[in-house]
Design a protein around this ligand. Structure first.
Ligand SMILES: *Cc1c(COP(=O)(O)O)cnc(C)c1O
Length: 416
């Protein structure tokens, strides 16, 4: 049986423990929701002050050049690329994940329509369990195009091989499921899509900064993801889009704003996309918010995704073990895969009163979140979560469950 002392010892020997210092976390909180909104890097505050007071306040419009504002989406993309297995000049940080997915999907459909072997393909395959915005964007684009595109939803990974065929234009998968923490085999699924002549788009919202990724090595075609989750870029921070070199010349997208133009300041009435990743951009970006993304990325340069993954698996293993031992008398159901290769950096348990139990946890300083149906979600961020915190969180959960110290009529917040 693991004891709290064992956890203290593991923290003492943890090579990542020093990185917690780089984050500002309130006292009395065990933060297990970095999968939804990452914690604040301390440097974000000084960076924000500098951007607002100096770059904006003092240098004014000159900062587009002197402070590198105009290049920020590409500069941040280049800093993010190593975390996802992208090469230089293959990533930009811009817009939202939903918008980037729209661009990626539109570009992929267009690439297929341009191919003799792809022209008749009208199906976008994805999972019913995908994050809703991904399905909404795919359905919205399909019906708006009004050319017979349809979105086919599969109910399990096992159904994917049969669902992908000669009519499939694009397979669109979220690499780590937001609800269950299930992690796809990127290489196998990409090969499956390619064998059928389809393109594959990966959503890395719950993967980037959480698990090692090798987009180029695994044969992905396009990818998008969030920076405000595991990458700690701040609330509503711009997302990213990855377009590999091999597809850039054929990548065109309908949000053809002036930031994607070959010569934006020529102010020509005709659109001509710039060569390279810049064509994934649309318009003027939120500079203050973009700058915060850099504070998040800097922390990752102090370690490696391999080290982060090793601790992530140790933390999630420990949480599963302790919940199953200490809360064994309660109706908790593990929905996250036990198999390491299939697990992201979160653990989800069902409980018939999941919402109420989570509300009670949050009231006692253990911040996770709740997702329908009946799922309590706990995210583990190795940069700032300790083994002892995992022990303490389970102890508070056990106490709440043993004493039934939760309100089954807890009122739902607008954002859960
Ligand atoms: C969090 C998340 C999003 C969020 O999209 P926004 O456009 O940033 O609101 C999209 N897709 C997935 C899979 C997510 O987990």
């Amino acid at each position: 049986m693991t004891t709290r002392n064992d956890c203290l010892q593991r923290d003492a020997g943890d090579p990542l423990s020093g990185l917690r210092e780089r984050f500002d976390l309130p006292a009395g909180v065990i933060y297990l929701d970095g999968n939804s909104l990452g914690a604040r890097p301390k440097s974000a505050l000084t960076r924000a002050q500098h951007v607002i007071a100096q770059e904006w306040g003092h240098d004014l419009i000159r900062s587009w050049n002197t402070a590198g504002w105009f290049d920020l989406p590409k500069r941040l993309g280049n800093r993010l690329a190593p975390l996802i297995g992208g090469a230089p000049d293959e990533v930009v940080v811009t817009d939202t994940t939903s918008l980037n997915l729209f661009k990626a999907l539109a570009a992929a459909l267009h690439m297929q329509a341009d191919e003799p072997s792809g022209a008749g393909r009208r199906v976008i395959v994805t999972e019913r369990s995908n994050f809703p915005t991904d399905i909404y964007m795919a359905k919205g684009l399909s019906s708006w195009l009004d050319r017979g595109y349809v979105v086919k939803l599969v109910d399990s990974v096992e159904e994917l091989p049969a669902a992908i065929g000669a009519d499939t234009a694009v397979v669109m998968l979220t690499h780590v499921n937001y609800r269950t923490g299930y992690q796809h085999d990127m290489r196998a699924a990409s090969a499956l899509a390619h064998a059928a002549g389809a393109l594959i788009i990966w959503d890395l919202a719950h993967s980037a900064g959480a698990v090692p990724l090798d987009l180029n090595g695994d044969g992905a075609d396009l990818a998008v993801g969030c920076t405000y989750k595991y990458l700690n870029g701040g609330p509503g921070a711009p997302a990213f889009i990855w377009v590999p070199r091999r597809h850039q010349a054929r990548f065109t997208q309908p949000l053809s704003g002036w930031w994607g133009h070959a010569a934006p300041f020529a102010m020509a009435p005709d659109f001509a996309p710039v060569d390279g990743i810049g064509r994934a951009l649309c318009g003027t970006q939120p500079v203050v918010s973009l700058a915060m993304v850099e504070s998040g990325l800097e922390v990752f340069e102090q370690t490696s995704m391999a080290a982060i993954r090793e601790k992530s698996l140790a933390l999630t293993d420990l949480f599963i073990e302790l919940v199953e031992q200490r809360c064994a008398d309660h109706p908790l159901g593990l929905v996250t895969p036990r198999q390491h290769a299939r697990r992201g950096s979160q653990v989800s348990f069902t409980h018939p009163h999941g919402y109420a139990v989570m509300a009670a946890l949050i009231a006692r300083g253990v911040i996770g979140d709740y997702r329908e149906p009946a799922i309590m979600r706990f995210g583990f961020t190795p940069l700032y979560t300790s083994y002892t915190e995992v022990w303490d969180a389970v102890e508070i959960l056990r106490d709440i469950l043993d004493r039934k110290d939760y309100d089954v009529d807890a009122k739902r917040d607008a954002v859960t």
